[in-house]
Design a protein. Sequence first.
Length: 470
Amino acid sequence: MINTSVKLLYNDLSTGSWTRYIWSTIDVAQLVRDLHSQGSDATPCNLFLFNIVLSEACIYYDHPDNIELSIKFSEEAERFCEAGAGITSIANAQALMCQAVRHQMMGNDRLGEARMLRALDMQKELEQSSVYEIFDDAHKKSKQEIITRIGWAMFNGYAKSAAVLLWPVKSIPSRELVLERDCDRAATDTWSPYPVDSTTRSDHPRCFFRADIELSKIFARITQVLIDDSLDFHRFEPELESICQKLNTWKRNLPICQALCQNAPADYFAQHAEFHWAKIMIHTFVQKQKTRLLSEGLKVNSDKLTKCVTKSDAIYSAQQIAIINHDYMEQFGTRYMQIFMIQPTAIALFLLLTDLDSIENQQSFTVLSEAAAANARLWKLCEAILTMVRQTAEALRVTLPPRAERFLHQDAGTANLHGRNKFEGDYPNFLLASGQIQESEKVAAVISDLSKMYDALNLNSENPALTKTA
C-alpha cells in the first residue's frame, strides 16, 4: 500500500490539489520530511495527518476505487486520531482542522465543530508554547512562522464555517502574517487540473492566501454584527457601513492575477463565488435586523440600512454565482467540484427560490441546481441541501423550472462519502434563519421549524458506518 500512498500524495501535492484549503492548513514540506526521517517510527500525530492527506487526495484520484480508498484512509486517520488524542503538536492541529471540514461536508457538523475548536485551541497553545526555545534562532523563527501561517489558514476555515452555520466568530489570530505577494516576485508556481487536463496554469498561491484571509475577516465581522440580535442599533449602523466598505475594497484591490479567466485555477472560482455569498448575507440579514429594530420601537432609516446591498444587488450576486458555476463546469466538468462553492451555491438557490418570475432567474436557478446535484453525488451535506431546497419550494408552492426540479429530486442516499447515514447537522435553512419567508402567510403554517426537514434526511440510519453506496 505504501507505493500507492506515495503516488497519491505525489499526484495531489505536485498539482496543487483541487482542495487548496487543506494545503494552506498543512506544512507539506515538513510533513514529508518528518515521515521520511521517522520511517516506521512515525508518530501517531504525523500518521493521523498523513492519512487525512491521502483520504482527501483519493477523492480526486483517477482510479475506479478512489472512493473506497478515501474511506479506508479516513478510517485509518480516525484510528491515529484516537492514538494521538491530547498531544499538542503542529501535525495534530493541522489534521484536526482538515478532518473538521471533512466531517462538516459529510453532514456531521457537530463533530466537525468540536474538532475545529480543538484544532484552534491547539494552535493557540503552540503559539504560546516555549517548546521551540531549544532551537537556534533561525529554526525557532521558522517554526513560529509555520504556526502563524497555519493559524491564519485555520481561521479561514473557521470564519467560513461560522458564516455557514451562523455562529459568531469569537477570535482571530493575534500575530500578523508577513507573506510576500507572488505579484511582487518572479513567481513560477503552476496548477494543473489533474486528471481532467494535463495543461498547467499559472498560479499565485500567496496572493490567493492573502486575499482569502482578508475575505475571511469580513465573514467574521458579518457573523459578529449581522447575526447578533442583541447588538445595539447605534453600533449596528456604523458596523454595517464598515463591513460594506471593507467588502467593496476587497473586490477593488483583488490582484489582477486572481481574476477569473479561461486558465484560472479551480479554487479562484470559489473565492469569487464567496464574495457574492457575502453580499447576499449582508442584504438578507440587514433585512432581518431592520425588522427586529422596528419591532423594538426604534426609528430606523430603512433606506440608509439597505443601500449597502439592495435586493437587486443580492439577486445580481446570485446570478453571478450561477455564472461562476456554469463556467467552472464548462472547464472542469461536474466530477471535480469545489467544496467551497457549495455554500455560495446553496445561498443563491435559497434567494432565487423566492424570485423565479424572470427567465434569467429561472436559468440561474437551474444552473445552481445542477452544481448542487453534482456535489450531492459525493457529499452528504449537499444531499441535505438539495432536500431542504426542494421541501422549501414545496412549502412555498413554488413552481420550479423543469430541469432544476429533476436535479433537486436526485435520488436520496446517493452520496458516496457518508459520515453517519443519519444527517445530524445544524445546517440552517437560509430563508428561515434570515427571516426571509416569515412574512409569507402561506408558509407560516407549513414550516414552523427545521425538524421536519431534518427528519426527511435520516436515510438508511441502520448502518452508521462509513460506506460506499451503489
